[in-house]
Design a protein around this ligand. Sequence first.
Ligand SMILES: C[S@@+](CC[C@H](N)C(=O)[O-])C[C@H]1O[C@@H](n2cnc3c(N)ncnc32)[C@H](O)[C@@H]1O
Length: 190
Amino acid sequence: MKFVGSKNRLCKYIIPIIQEIIDDSNCDGYLEVCVGGANVIDKINHNNKIGSDIHKELIALLNYIKILNNPLPTTITEEEYKQVKNNKNNYPNWYIGLVGFCATYGSRYFQGFARGFKADKITPRDIPNEGIRNIEKQRKNLTDVKFYCKNFNEYTNEEINNYVIYCDIPYRSTKRYPEQPKFNYEEFYA
Ligand SMILES: C[S@@+](CC[C@H](N)C(=O)[O-])C[C@H]1O[C@@H](n2cnc3c(N)ncnc32)[C@H](O)[C@@H]1O
């Protein structure tokens, strides 16, 4: 899924490192506590994969798309984007997540409807359609992942004993989503 801070392009470096640790360690599970667009966990091999994130509509969307026969629209119009943005109570969380992430430029959650042009600078792009097609390609690799809405600090030692854990926390310079609490870097590093 297109996502702010996505590691999709870096996966060719990251995945072999994590996978080797998993394969050599005989671990009981693989956990990502800031799973974001699930662009790393979708390429990891383990029979017990958990992805969590503090963003509730994102987790609802991931739990929706991992069920392959759940239908998705092919695009999202600007009018629909505005409707959903201004009437969130009328829509299910997964759909709010879909519109918030896919209909915005650079997947900046509800930070403005995505507009753009193809290389010829004349033909308009359908950015929501591009985002949804990206999800359609990814979803078959998410069916075996358990997704939970959780703060990174909500795991007990017993729950994640003998797990390999990958933490892709928000960059300090990244603008956080308005409704998200400030990321507690001191607590995380401690
Ligand atoms: C850099 S992104 C992860 C990107 C992901 N690795 C990918 O490739 O798509 C960081 C994620 O951390 C999440 N996050 C922020 N604060 C959090 C917290 N306190 N606990 C758990 N997740 C948090 C954000 O919602 C965001 O999805």
